[in-house]
Design a protein around this ligand. Structure first.
Ligand SMILES: Cc1cc2nc3c(=O)[nH]c(=O)nc-3n(C[C@H](O)[C@H](O)[C@H](O)COP(=O)(O)OP(=O)(O)OC[C@H]3O[C@@H](n4cnc5c(N)ncnc54)[C@H](O)[C@@H]3O)c2cc1C
Length: 305
């Protein structure tokens, strides 16, 4: 059956390659692509409503820093989220900050430092958007987004717009109720964070420390960060290395010789299917050697054979 069509709308593009919208620089075309830039998401919501009404699949990509998009691409409508506004409001010693879900996480961390707000130091080198971080519960250096979040403004196909309190989102290690929601008929519009006042120099010192740690332990280049979650009491990277798979290469994708839980795309010829096959191979190797079934931290999107 042919997939439903969307009407011609300003900014709605057809057959657009997605590789440039993902951190791994991989992935085939989106049938329809729309880049959201308006802080109120008025046009984006109208388009989402249109797609949902026609039962067209909808995929949201923030920074594409945690998703592996199939070589065959993504059917239906793909929204790339680039709205960036950030607003602050004081309440005693704490400060509430609200931002569009499309706000870049590293820019947000810098904004916090410049405004003498502590709580986002962990994010200074974590790519992606606030929306992606809120869905994934991104975190590092002993903290995560759930530690600062108070609520999310979510638009749902059934029910429209509403604020969801952080306590209703079931946050855990790299997990939220939204991350594995099967229907995917929702869009995170805004997030509210509660931050503490602190001295800008002290915040900067913590950020410098985090940046330095990353620079020495994680590879540069096109990757998706950690591929697997750390199993309880251990590290995925340690297990992969101990299984003799550090540096393993498939096509133009390699298990990083610097950090075995990072898989790096080495060239423009790399394919998402090689990336995925290497993930399977590493998972099987670790299972065979240690009996540990590594769980994916990244998500696969689109049409896989
Ligand atoms: C070099 C590198 C280092 C990394 N280091 C870390 C780290 O230290 N800690 C960590 O936790 N992660 C890390 N990551 C992974 C990644 O940065 C985080 O998972 C980040 O939060 C993903 O955000 P994103 O906007 O790119 O989300 P995407 O990858 O675009 O999307 C992730 C998921 O969220 C959904 N989504 C995104 N935005 C919305 C929205 N507005 N509404 C509804 N659904 C949405 C997507 O559909 C998808 O399911 C790293 C990645 C790289 C490339």
């Amino acid at each position: 059956m042919p997939s439903p069509e969307l009407p011609a709308i300003d900014g709605l593009l057809r057959e657009q390659p997605l590789a440039r919208f993902t951190a791994a620089r991989l992935g085939g075309p989106a049938d329809y692509l729309y880049v959201a830039r308006e802080p109120d998401y008025e046009d984006t919501i109208a388009l989402l409503e249109e797609a949902w009404r026609r039962d067209l699949p909808v995929t949201v990509i923030g920074g594409g820093a945690n998703v592996l998009v199939a070589d065959a691409g993504i059917r239906g409508l793909t929204i790339i989220n680039r709205a960036t506004d950030i607003q602050r409001e004081s309440i005693g010693d704490a400060v509430l900050l609200q931002a569009s879900s499309g706000a870049n996480l590293i820019r947000l961390a810098r904004f916090c430092q410049e405004n003498e707000l502590s709580g986002m130091e962990w994010a200074i080198a974590v790519p992606g958007t606030l929306g992606g971080a809120a869905v994934n519960n991104a975190g590092a250096h002993g903290s995560d987004i759930a530690s600062s979040l108070t609520r999310l403004l979510v638009y749902e196909a059934e029910g429209g717009k509403r604020w969801c309190d952080v306590n209703t989102l079931q946050y855990a290690y790299r997990y939220s109720r939204l991350k594995h929601r099967r229907d995917r008929r929702f869009f995170v519009m805004r997030a509210e964070l509660k931050l503490q006042r602190d001295d800008a120099a002290r915040i900067q010192a913590r950020m410098d420390h985090n940046n330095e740690y990353r620079r020495t332990t994680q590879p540069p280049g096109a990757s998706l960060g950690s591929i697997f979650k750390n199993p309880p009491g251990d590290y995925a990277g340690r297990l992969i290395e101990a299984a003799g798979l550090k540096g393993k290469r498939l096509g133009a994708v390699q298990v990083s010789p610097l950090h075995a839980n990072f898989f790096v795309n080495l060239s423009v010829d790399a394919s998402a299917s090689d990336y995925f096959e290497l993930i399977q191979l590493v998972r099987a190797g670790v299972k065979e050697r240690f009996g540990v079934a590594l769980e994916l931290e990244i998500q696969t999107l689109g049409e896989w054979q």
